[in-house]
Design a protein around this ligand. Structure first.
Ligand code: DGY
Length: 326
């Protein structure tokens, strides 16, 4: 019996390729060559399934070249690389990898908050550059973490994980804003209080962004929002580039309108706004919030299980547009 043909668009753990090869004829990209959109579309032609990451844009143009495509399984919880409406219209199932990365991503969000508050990378660069001659009372003084006010914008599973860490581990006063308010038992678990967006911006000592990217959240934090924040506040973005206006943020950091920022995601990444590279009061990491070996393996396995579950057994694990199954 001939096997269904799938594409694995980026390099992934070899055991995942081996698992997929038990069920499918797999074209992979273990060399991790960058494929521009037209090349990706050409590779998808003739395939029924695709294993993608957040970097592959799947939209109407790509789908038009690949009429046989039935499923795109994203190895990411975020899926703003998918035009979900176009996929649904063409009957293409979309899946993502929720839950398996919640705790590691929340760990990282908190690590970035602490690194930013306590000026970890800035002080390390100073030391490595041989500039440390003697101790002084005001050297690299940062902001307090314990007992401060933690503001969270976007209170999904990862936001709740960060809230629990702040409230229970560091005695922080946690406030949040979200499209919808959490159920009372979840608010109690997170020790988090719901506030309006403006109060969140004004009150937070550390503002952590964990909301998904969509046209509605584009530049949710821009110059007007930064102007409402305390001059001593820190901004942490582990959500998506585009949620923050990076040019406005770089200007605010340069002019000390806020104290510092910690950024794991960027508008137009892997490009980084050049002004962010010139200001010292920002910690920059290359989109690694979920990057632990067990978590990345769990994400890859869940994406593979979605392909096998759907194409072999007719039952995906974590569908985003289950209406196409009807
Ligand atoms: C996710 O899972 O959405 C992470 O940002 C990795 O892309």
């Amino acid at each position: 019996m001939t096997k269904a043909r799938i594409l694995v668009a980026r390099a992934v753990f070899p055991e995942i390729i081996a698992l997929l090869e038990q069920h499918f004829e797999v074209e992979h990209n273990q060399a991790d060559e960058p494929w521009p959109k037209e090349r990706l579309a050409g590779k998808l032609a003739g395939k029924v399934g695709a294993f993608t990451t957040g970097g592959e844009r799947i939209d109407a143009d790509v789908l038009a070249v690949a009429p046989g495509l039935k499923i795109c399984a994203n190895m990411a919880v975020g899926y703003n690389n998918f035009d979900l409406a176009a996929m649904t219209q063409r009957g293409v199932l979309a899946t993502n990898t929720p839950d398996v990365l919640t705790e590691s991503t929340a760990d990282f969000g908190f690590a970035l908050l602490m690194a930013t508050a306590r000026r970890l990378t800035e002080s390390e660069h100073y030391l490595r550059a041989g500039k440390w001659q003697r101790w002084s009372y005001d050297m690299f003084s940062g902001s307090e973490v314990h007992g401060s006010t933690l503001g969270i914008l976007g209170m999904g599973r990862i936001g709740q994980g960060i809230a629990r860490r702040g409230a229970h581990g560091f005695g922080m006063n946690v406030i949040y804003h979200n499209r919808s308010r959490l159920a009372p038992d979840l608010e109690a678990q997170c020790k988090a209080r719901y506030v309006g967006k403006e109060e969140l911006l004004r009150a937070a000592d550390h503002l952590v962004l964990v909301l998904p990217y969509s046209p509605a959240s584009h530049h949710a934090i821009g110059a007007p929002e930064l102007a409402l924040m305390k001059p001593a506040a820190n901004l942490i973005n582990v959500a998506r580039g585009g949620v923050v206006d990076d040019a406005a943020l770089a200007a605010a950091l340069r002019d000390k309108r806020i104290a510092a920022a910690g950024l794991d995601v960027f508008e137009g990444e892997p490009k980084v706004h050049p002004d962010l590279l010139t200001v010292p009061n920002v910690v920059l990491t290359p989109h690694i919030a979920s990057a632990t070996v067990p978590t990345r393996k769990a994400m890859a396995n869940l994406a593979a299980d979605n392909l096998i579950g759907f194409l072999v057994h007719g039952k995906p694990v974590t569908p985003l547009n289950p209406e196409v199954l009807k």
